[in-house]
Structure formats: structure tokens, C-alpha cells
Design a binder for this molecule. Structure first.
Ligand SMILES: N[C@@H](CCC(=O)N[C@@H](CS)C(=O)NCC(=O)O)C(=O)O
Ligand code: FES
Length: 113
């Protein structure tokens, strides 16, 4: 599959998606570490891609996104932003409602209590 098609598929399958360096448990860069920490704090399920393991995505996503750097947080197929924006939204109390509402919308009803 072409890289762009894979990116589009990842975005359609993951309503909350973080493209980052390293993994949530072992981020490979401070920007990715701070971004993923804020997202983890919101206690929602999210997908991630370690772009260091996927050089093709690292090369293609910035063009598709029109955003030059990583991390990149995508919600419902739309780019929210990078580390600065994620932290600013978190500090303003805007990140958690956005992610919680998104997670609730896509939650598997069979897992509801
Ligand atoms: N101000 C940026 C910081 C992120 C940043 O500068 N990322 C750089 C260094 S990790 C990057 O992704 N460069 C392109 C690359 O490594 O492919 C943000 O808010 O996300
Ligand atoms: S990997 Fe060097 S600043 Fe992110």
C-alpha cells in the first residue's frame, strides 16, 4: 500500500492518533514525551505510530499534514497540532474534553458498563 494510503487508513481506524518519536512508554524525544504525557493524562484510548520505525511515514506525513514536525496529534482525521499546541490545550483544560468526547463517540458499546 502506498504510504499516503496507509496514513489515511491509520487515521480512519484511530479517532485519536499520535505520530511520535518512540513509543508512549519509551518516547525518543522530549517533544514526543511531553505530548504523550498530556494525552495519557486524559485517560483515553489512542493509537500511535513510532515514526522512527517508519521512515516513509516520517517523510510523507509532514507534506500531507502541511505540518513539518513531530509529534502530531490527529483527532477524527484532523490535525490538532504538535507539542506546543497539545500542551497549551492541556493547560487550558481543552485537551481532556476534546479527547474524552471523541473517545466516548467511538467507544465500543459492548464494553460499556
Ligand atoms: N515546536 C514543535 C516541536 C517539535 C519539533 O521541533 N520536532 C522536530 C524535532 S523532534 C521534528 O519533528 N523534526 C522533523 C523530523 O525529525 O522528522 C511542536 O510544537 O511540536
Ligand atoms: S529528536 Fe531531537 S529534538 Fe526531537
Amino acid at each position: 500500500m502506498e504510504t499516503i494510503e496507509r496514513i489515511k487508513q491509520q487515521l480512519s481506524e484511530n479517532p485519536i492518533m499520535l505520530y511520535m518519536k518512540g513509543s508512549p512508554k519509551f518516547p525518543s524525544c522530549g517533544f514526543s514525551a511531553r505530548a504523550v504525557e498530556a494525552i495519557i493524562n486524559c485517560q483515553v484510548p489512542f493509537g500511535y505510530v513510532d515514526i522512527l520505525q517508519h521512515p516513509d511515514i516520517r517523510a510523507e506525513l509532514p507534506k500531507f499534514a502541511n505540518w513539518p514536525t513531530f509529534p502530531q496529534l490527529w483527532v477524527e482525521g484532523e490535525l490538532i497540532g504538535g507539542c506546543d499546541i497539545i500542551l497549551e490545550m492541556f493547560q487550558k483544560g481543552e485537551l481532556q474534553p476534546l479527547l474524552k468526547e471523541t473517545a466516548a463517540k467511538y467507544a465500543d458499546p459492548e464494553q460499556a458498563e
